[in-house]
Ligand binder design. Structure first.
Ligand code: ATP
Length: 375
């Protein structure tokens, strides 16, 4: 059974339809991330699940129980939904010290004192706030307050966790650590987690399932692998991936049973024929899938190296070909590139093709198909 189920949920603010009818099924025990640009409706969706926002219509069930029904006028308030949540604003009680903030729900549930003390100690340890239990929230930095909110979640051990950008105020090191911590927490509790972020790295590293949204509409639901390697459309392909995927306007030609993508003078011969009429096409390749050659070759586009940016284990190369900016990613540290002139080889197995009008994917790269079969 699905733990969180949204059927035809809508939300309007006046005449603005923020969430068109939304259907979403979240299986028990999964870590599901709602990902999308600002204003796409992810926070509204999460607040609807939490009960902090009344939908305009539809039906919402949590663990098999209906908590909202537009038809029956049924609405269960947030405190009766049995959820743990952390939102962008940490919602700490300003008049309570850290220890009380973390354990309030446990006191209210009349848990034994020993158990409360044990859960408090464990939670403080996990967020590295031991020694801070006697402070008020106003005596903590924003990041520390965020960690108190995380500690409260750790201590409460709810079976459904809702998180809205809980790591946004943390510095880079703590952010990475807390990412691991939240993922472990969700797994150890066997909790169903709905996580909202616009950060694709968080989505890719933490999720079992990613739901990519735009303008209140779901663009794709899939595993991190599927979202990255088999995007449903150009929007998903461009939204996921850092550096961004390279997208080109080309022309599809069919010759002697072979499909060729023409881009300026270069023709990229595809391994498998694409069943599609000749004409304009958008095609894309991830920066790490471009091969850099120092001599002309089949399927290779002449280009010039512009900027070289080593990031440690990888180097980002900004290039230009026929005035088009192109990014390549190489898996090693390079400070400067010896030859300004190079050739970019497009491995046809790694090319994604999209309909230039609808943006829908036309093919799934052969390499991605092989890998997902192996997975
Ligand atoms: N209280 C409100 N009144 C009017 N419009 C609202 C309200 N809350 C949200 N909206 C609108 O609903 C849409 C979805 O907003 P929402 O906050 O869910 O987006 P989001 O994807 O979470 O964005 P962000 O990442 O910026 O938080 C936006 O167009 C927003 O302007």
């Amino acid at each position: 059974m699905n733990e969180v189920s949204l059927k035809g949920i809508t939300k309007s603010y006046g005449s603005h339809l923020a969430i068109p009818p939304l259907d979403l099924e979240i299986p028990k025990g999964k870590f599901v991330t709602l990902l999308g640009p600002s204003g796409c409706g992810k926070t509204t969706t999460l607040r609807i699940i939490a009960g902090l926002e009344q939908p305009s219509s539809g039906e919402l069930t949590l663990a098999g129980k209906t908590v909202y029904s537009g038809r029956g006028g049924h609405f269960v308030p947030p405190e009766k939904r049995g959820l743990g949540f952390i939102f962008q604003s940490y919602a700490l009680w300003p008049n309570m010290k850290v220890d009380r903030n973390i354990t309030l729900a446990l006191h209210q549930a009349k848990r034994p004192k020993d158990e409360i003390a044990e859960r408090l100690g464990e939670a403080l340890h996990k967020v590295q706030l031991e020694g801070y239990e006697g402070r008020f929230p106003s005596e903590l930095s924003g990041g520390q307050q965020q960690r108190v909110a995380v500690a409260r979640l750790i201590a409460a051990r709810n079976s459904i966790l809702l998180m809205d950008e809980p790591l946004s105020n943390l510095d880079a090191v703590l952010r990475t650590e807390m990412r691991t911590e939240l993922k472990r927490l969700s797994r150890d509790l066997g909790a169903t987690t709905v996580y909202v972020t616009h950060d694709q790295v968080e989505a890719l590293t933490m999720s079992d399932i990613i739901v990519v949204m735009k303008d209140g509409l779901i663009q794709q639901i899939g595993s991190p692998y599927e979202i990255y390697h088999e995007p449903a459309n150009l929007f998903v392909a461009e939204f996921i991936g850092d550096p961004r995927i390279n997208v080109f306007d080309g022309n599809l030609e069919q010759r002697d049973g072979k499909s060729i993508i023409r881009i300026h003078e270069t023709g990229i011969v595809l391994k498998h024929q694409v069943a599609r009429a000749e004409g304009p096409i958008k095609f894309a390749i991830r920066p790490e899938r471009l091969n850099l050659l120092d001599a002309p070759a089949v399927n290779a586009l002449p280009a010039e190296v512009d900027v070289v940016q080593p990031t440690g284990s990888q180097t980002i190369l900004s290039l230009s070909a026929h005035g088009m900016p192109i990014t390549a990613l190489i898996p090693r540290f390079v400070e400067s590139w010896p030859n300004r002139k190079i050739w970019l080889e497009f491995d046809p197995e790694n090319i994604m093709m999209f309909d230039p009008h609808t943006g829908k994917i036309i093919n799934t790269p052969v390499d991605a198909k092989m890998r997902s079969n192996a997975a």
